[in-house]
Ligand binder design. Sequence first.
Ligand code: G3D
Ligand code: MG
Length: 175
Amino acid sequence: MSKKTYSTIKIGLIGDARVGKTSLVRRFVTNLFDPSYQITLGTTIMKKNVEYLTHNVTLQIWDIGGQEVFKQIRSKYFFGSSGALAVCDASNRTTFDNIPSWVESFYNEVGEKPIIFLANKCDLADLSVSEKDLQDLVSKYKKTEFLFTSAKDGTNVEKSFSNLVRLMIEDEDIL
Ligand code: G3D
Ligand code: MG
């Protein structure tokens, strides 16, 4: 059957600085990992076309850039998002502990939209975030799932975005 519907869906990338948000979206959009990639200064919007069932969907992925610390700019950045990837660094416990604050800011702007929690950098040897930690986090929120990812070796990067697309489409009649 031919693909018939075209939609644009905005996705937010949330989480502390240095957890790997820009690297994840770069890996997803260009399938490259560049360890020398510069810290993003302004918000970057990247697009990628994906297919879901019989539909064509354009993902518009918003990368917050180097302004993660400024809570007051978060609301503008989240506006209009249908879902988010909430990223922590699996080797840095503080970035996991800060996730609820990101979720709160996101929900305040857009309501309880789907979120996939990503414990990134799972290629590293010493991880301080466990599967149980992520299960406990997911059990606190509706419409959430989790994955361990690596922007470096590509683990679960495609799946992060495709699972989020599924959750967003199940959540609202976007198509
Ligand atoms: P941010 O956009 O969340 O701020 P970046 O994070 O994508 O800029 O990544 C921050 C640093 O983490 C970068 O290191 C990047 O290479 C590294 N990184 C991102 N994802 C992974 C991963 O999955 N595994 C590992 N091992 N490192 C990762 P540098 O030192 O290059 O600035
Ligand atoms: Mg970045």
